[in-house]
Design a protein around this ligand. Sequence first.
Ligand SMILES: [Zn+2]
Length: 436
Amino acid sequence: MHSSENSAVNYIVRFWCGENANRVKYVSAPPEKTEKAVYILRSAFFDEGVYGTADSIPSVPLKMLNGIPILFGNPTVEFRRSCVVIQADLIASAYFLISRYEEYIRPDTVDRYGRFPGRESLPFKGGFVERPVVDEYGILINRFLKQLGYPVEPVGKGEIYLTHDIDTPWKQFTFFSACKRVAADFFRNGKLKFYPFRVKKGDIEKDPLYTFPQLIRADGKLPEAKVIYFIKGNGHKRPEDAKPYINSPLFSKLLSLLLDSGARVGYHISYRAGCDPRLIPDELAQVEKVCGVKITQARNHYLASKRPADFLALLNAGVREDFTMGYADVPGFRLGTSKSIRWINPQNRELTDLLLHPLLIMDVTLTGGKYLRLDRNEMIKLGDTVLGNALAVGGDICLLWHNNDFQMSAGNLKWMLYAHFLTTVRENSNASDKKI
Ligand SMILES: [Zn+2]
């Protein structure tokens, strides 16, 4: 066994079973003399010569255990007199998913922004990206522990994170660009609107991008939710990074509005710093200075995280929670779980102190047209499926809705979807207190 593998394996079992973790044994062969416990049989996944090679990636279709896809081992469970032996290697299966192991094995499988495409992932190809299967494994193991007579806690209720990345809070007009906008609006709508000049003078609330009061009102309907606005670092790589805004004297007006609403601020890593993670500490320090608070939460612009370099740089800079782990091209469970989980570095198998919050749905994944081509009803159905699956296992909900794309979608589609998903969460978040 690799030296750091033990703590990662123990962590996964504790993640599922808490106090009952010592009732779950990870063994190489079926036990001769058994304790009253659940035994999980090891596959070859962690073995030298297998781990880290292309041979360690399972092929689809995957085998199913009680209706749940498993990545390694056989879909068989033996019920003996005093124990349960699971021949599916649920630990390696969970490890594979939560560490994003396949992204480490396939570093060249990236889109033009350097991101691993969800469509290339095993969960997508295996047809289970919309299911938090790691949480389903946990429920199954707990059910077996209960059958053995151990007390098991019912599935609880997770946290709700409503998050907003601020890429462009308002347009920073020059005299020339203000004239251009007025002319463009006139030719499009036949109406003369002079708001660009008012925005230029400091009336940033007049900008259609400035949807923060609406977001605050919408988020207020879920008072138990944690609301986070990710403030963009100063990195400026065109065209992915819009013009930096934190040093504008007008930013303090927006910051007060956000903080007064009870929201927290996090650090939105610029695309430039995403490309060169050595820039992360300085960028973070500037955002902290302007915001006047210590920041421990972060997310990459474009979700363009270069792991493990980004995660290591975040840890070194004092960040303790990352919210980047969703796919840009498909909604669902990039980490295989709906619950926040510590990052295991697949390079050295080390359990780190960085807590990853799974991102379930990003607005532009549904509405951007770049990734999915769905009609309104299909968007609602897909989003509700993902949210429902997270709520059913007592998981966390994390949504990402930008302030600045609302005017780009016809008929305020993004607003409609956001309001709908908030209602889905509000109406179903108490329904998960069910028994195992
Ligand atoms: Zn962004």
